[in-house]
Design a protein around this ligand. Structure first.
Ligand code: BTN
Length: 258
């Protein structure tokens, strides 16, 4: 192992952000960092506050799935108070920030899979869960939850091993989680602050999606659709060209490449 445990001091050491990661709380174990982040947001935590856990005992994924985050992985949540118009872009900010941090720290090539997976060599290395509370047209808070498989031996987790990987598995050595977190928080702030400047974050996200142009199967609710993943819209939806020529807009779902 390149480090024993995560600490706020080591995360903030040299972190040149204005607000994301300037307040950090690290916990040895939590059910879910997103739940603690939501609780702190409701109590008025500063924008950019980060909650980190060494392990989660009830980590949550999308569509009520479980998310495994044992020691050696990164589980963190960032509290933000965006304008309503920027809410759909948070997944883009988070995915690009994770991909950028993996590439900067390890030189591995990261790919994005719609809607919110980060892959390395075609296998899932990170999951992102954005949760928010909106009242009327005002966002009370948004929480970006990020789980990254860093120093994990996937053979210890046979239930995810076929489709998942970790940075240590890809590199054959352990990676500093502090370095990944610092780079991730720096990238996240840069991209978040760029949201008012037009569609550059959306364009970067769209250009990085490995899903586009591929034959896919999309599970959405109880329905399954097949077709070509043609494009995405600025609100993060997928545009699927169906075999009958119709273009279907899918707001939420799970993609399998065919
Ligand atoms: C997914 O791929 O389905 C999303 C997984 C999101 C996991 C992260 S880990 C930190 C935060 N806390 C949680 O309980 N979930 C998110």
């Amino acid at each position: 192992m390149v480090e024993d445990s995560l600490s706020p001091a080591a995360i903030t050491d040299g972190l040149a952000t204005r607000f994301i990661g300037q307040e950090v709380s690290c916990y040895p174990s939590l059910p879910s960092t997103n739940d603690v982040a939501k609780h702190k947001a409701r109590q008025g935590a500063k924008e950019g506050t980060v909650i980190v856990a060494e392990e989660q005992t009830a980590g949550r994924g999308r569509i009520k799935r479980r998310w495994l985050s044992p020691r050696g992985s990164i589980a963190l949540s960032i509290i933000l108070y965006p304008e309503l118009a920027y809410l759909p872009s948070l997944i883009m900010v988070a995915s690009l920030a994770v991909a950028g941090s993996i590439e900067q720290v390890t030189n591995l090539k990261a790919q994005l899979k719609w809607p919110n997976d980060v892959l390395v060599n075609g296998k899932k290395i990170c999951g992102i869960l954005v949760e928010s509370d909106v009242r009327g047209n005002k966002v009370d808070y948004a929480v970006i939850g990020i789980g990254i498989n860093v120093n994990l031996k996937l053979s210890d987790y046979p239930e995810i091993a076929p489709m998942a990987t970790s940075l240590s598995q890809e590199l054959g050595r352990d990676v500093s989680r502090h370095e990944i977190i610092r780079s991730l928080l720096t990238e996240a702030e840069r991209l978040y602050l760029a949201l008012p400047d037009g569609d550059s974050v959306f364009t970067q996200w769209r250009n990085r999606l490995v899903t586009l142009g591929k034959k896919v199967q999309v599970g959405s609710g109880k329905a399954t659709y097949r077709g070509i993943a043609e494009s995405v819209t600025a609100d993060g939806s997928l545009l699927l060209r169906q075999p009958d020529g119709n273009l279907l807009k899918i707001v939420a779902g799970d993609v399998t490449l065919r």
